[in-house]
Design a protein around this ligand. Sequence first.
Ligand SMILES: [Fe+2]
Length: 331
Amino acid sequence: MKDKSINLLLLEDNPGDARLIRELLADTGDRFNLQCVDLLSKGLKCLVSQNIDAVLLDLGLPDSQGLNTIESVRATKASIPIIVLTGLDDESVAIEAVRRGAQDYLIKGSITGSMLSRVIRYAIERKNYEEELKRSLEKFTRALNGTVKAMAMAVEIRDPYTAGHQKRTADLARAIAQEMNLAPERVEGIQLACMIHDIGKISIPAEILSKPSLLSNLELSLIKIHPQVGYDILKEIDFPWPIAKTVLQHHERIDGSGYPAGLKNDAILLEAKVLAVADVVEAIASHRPYRPAFGTKEAIDEITRKQGVLYDPTVVKSCLKLFQDKEYSFG
Ligand SMILES: [Fe+2]
């Protein structure tokens, strides 16, 4: 980077300070193109219209005071490295500035040209790494979503009667989780777990899955192994969410009457409790090989009757709110 010239934008309203910074940078012999503006509004326009590599920011401008100035710059261009150059020697302000996205915090009058040059180059490099990491993470998440979708399709191709069941369950579970105000990352994990919650059915003979009459006890006990099989398939994948465990526990019920482990209350993951409600509502509302659809009303009645017994009452409350107050439908 040493050979490449760097385009700097200095937001500074004091002409003396601006001149000093220009001189400091000129003395380094490095190739900096410094442009100085005295208002935040002018600086933001430059950021949009020009190719700027880094911003040197005074926190006291005529049209913007304090740490909000950092946020205004980031709101205009999130990927730009920001170095605060201020007269305020205050450690807590410095920490807060970095927390809000500044790469560094320098005190005017106590910097040398070589120090400033080093800080600028380091800030640009670090910001580049951060952006690269962000892009890799986004790519990874997209790949993960694609993999989960492919897995969901593999189950549904084999078992056309539940085609769409996982997808509709995932959509409802997502809506419930959002209604419960869970963190967005957790909502995402719940949705992904739901999209593949019946993956263990891959081990069950297709004739059982699509049998147009009620199942025998033996066939039922075969079906009941699907959460464990799903867990075994998924447990080695290092998801950032408890996907395998959610799948394992999706037929557990809070009174301990579920399977495979008969877990109760807090021993069951919240993710699995959300999935359990979404799964049962979707299953009752839709048609099955051995019966027609019962409809949404029947599904709502079931979770209302069994809340606090089989199903987590907080989850049920959010689900009921969706259907009764927000006109949720499976589309
Ligand atoms: Fe299931």
